[in-house]
Design a protein around this ligand. Structure first.
Ligand code: AMP
Ligand code: MG
Length: 484
């Protein structure tokens, strides 16, 4: 059996949705990261991948019969429509089927130019590639649906950015690479046959029960909305800011995709934005749920002709489904944040949750530590917030109401809180330090961080420096970049 037993269902079933990809090749590749755990889940042999990964995961050597492709898609970028984007620096090699029989796309990112590269070089630098490895790893172990990194290869070549930087390729798995922007591409061209085909393919892959629905396209919209509502509520609950929620980065699978300018927030402020290109704060932390709905509306627009032949009626039906998004998001948010304060929350508990968030904001408290400290309060009293809140008194009012609302033994609630409120997130200053070291060839800080992030809820001795936020001067000036 091949070391990478790929299937080519998308390539076989969906001609017209991609262009063939041809490798340019890299002279001197080195494997710098292999996700052994993921390899095993995919039924692959980590040892063989370790031996052959340098050539395989940069695309130099492809398993016999591989049909590499670059997918076409459009996208609303910061609100404006780009009718033709496509994989400008990615190549999909095919699908891998895991030990449970589920198919996962395997694609390379930074593997060279494609017909969609426009002015770009199709390449990626070590730092953004390892950034995606780190943050997708953190997300996965926080239990958040995400594309995953299977491997990273340093190409041995340099890429020209503001300065010359060492190049790398990321091998990524995804439940699929179908995005809202894939639908928008064919809708903008008036290609209704292809759109219907894409709806059918997406249903088979991501929402099989929708095939039997009265209006399958509407059922697909409803399922996709539910997944996005749940995903975004999950992001909010860990202080994650995606940074570039364009429709080409909105998946049908409900996985987080595209770790360009994303970041975890330190002190709680809903207006937080890190991305250097997000000048209007469109994708600020607090705007994410609303943007999710906006993106789903762009999705709905592409499906109208399959919902009802009469446009007005189709709009009415789709709008009713889109309205449900807010309720779904609200329920998911309430459940997650309720769990973060130790209660099975209903709508009546929203003021209690919001009051805690308001306290964090007022006192500029670190989001992650603020929630994590609640278990300590249950174990040793309000004094546990000292050092985080300005005083015990500043917390006492809320704490009193909160404790009255708790049901059950405080020790047990504290243990449950520690299973939902992480100690370790991918702190911006730690990520930057790891990437700077990796760029000059030292992978040790990257590996330490990866290790901590694989068990984000488990406190480890000797790693106190990884628990807290960056010095405020760092946070105030911190900016992220798209990493293209
Ligand atoms: P992203 O910001 O990663 O969502 O990418 C937006 C679009 O720009 C996609 O079509 C990418 O394929 C394309 N793109 C980004 N970086 C490059 C690059 N270095 N070369 C070619 N295309 C790129
Ligand atoms: Mg993208």
């Amino acid at each position: 059996m091949s070391v990478l037993p790929l299937h080519h269902n998308f390539a076989d079933q969906m001609p017209g949705f991609y262009a063939p990809w041809e490798r340019e090749g890299f002279a001197d590749p080195t494997l710098i990261y292999l996700n052994q755990e993921l390899a095993l889940e995919l039924g692959l042999d980590p040892e063989k991948l370790q031996e052959q990964g340098d050539q395989l995961f940069c695309g130099n050597v492809l398993p016999e019969g591989t049909v590499p492709i670059a997918q076409v898609y459009a996208g609303h970028q910061f609100g404006g429509f780009s009718p033709r984007l496509g994989d400008g620096r990615a190549a999909m090699l095919g699908e891998l089927v895991d030990v449970h029989g589920q198919a996962w796309d395997l694609s390379l990112k930074g593997s060279g130019r494609t017909v969609f590269s426009r002015g770009g070089d199709g390449r990626a630098a070590v730092s953004p590639v390892l950034r995606e490895v780190l943050i997708s790893h953190a997300m996965h172990h926080l239990g958040i649906p995400t594309t995953r990194a299977l491997a990273a290869v340093a190409t041995g070549e340099f890429v020209r950015r503001e300065q010359m930087l060492p190049g790398a390729v990321l091998a990524r798995t995804a439940a699929s690479h179908i995005r809202v922007g894939t639908f928008s591409y064919f809708a903008a061209q008036g290609q209704t046959v292809e759109l219907e085909q894409l709806v059918n393919y997406s249903i088979s892959r991501h929402a099989p029960s929708a095939h039997a629905a009265e209006i399958p396209a509407l059922a697909l919209l409803a399922e996709t909305s539910a997944k996005q509502a749940s995903l975004i509520a999950h992001w909010m609950s860990v202080g994650f800011i995606h940074g570039v929620m364009n429709t080409d980065n909105t998946t049908l699978s409900g996985e987080t995709i595209d770790y360009g300018p994303c970041a975890f927030m330190d002190r709680f402020d809903p207006a937080t934005v890190y991305s250097s290109i997000d000048r209007q704060s469109r994708y600020a932390y607090g705007n994410q749920p609303g943007i999710g709905q906006w993106n789903l509306s762009r999705f709905a627009e592409t499906l109208l002709f399959l919902i009802d032949p009469e446009q007005d009626k189709a709009v009415e039906i789709a709008t009713a489904t889109l309205r449900e998004y807010s309720g779904l998001y609200d329920a998911a948010w309430t459940e997650r944040f309720g769990a973060k304060i130790g209660i099975q929350a209903t709508v009546h508990d929203k003021p209690l949750i919001q009051a805690f968030l308001d306290l964090l904001e007022l006192h500029k408290v670190d989001f992650t530590q603020g929630f994590r400290r609640l278990s300590a309060v249950l174990r040793s009293g309000d004094v546990a917030v000292c050092g985080l809140f300005p005083s015990e008194e500043s917390f006492a009012g809320w704490s009193e109401v909160w404790k009255e609302r708790l049901v059950g033994e405080h020790d047990e609630i504290a243990d449950a809180l520690d299973r939902i409120n992480p100690v370790y997130i991918a702190r911006n200053h730690r990520v930057e330090a790891a990437l700077t070291a990796a760029t000059s060839g030292d992978l040790a800080p990257f590996e330490t961080l990866m290790d901590l992030l694989s068990q984000p809820f488990t406190l480890r001795e000797g790693f106190e420096d990884f628990e807290g936020p960056a010095p405020s001067a760092f946070d105030a000036s911190y900016q992220t970049f798209c990493g293209t």
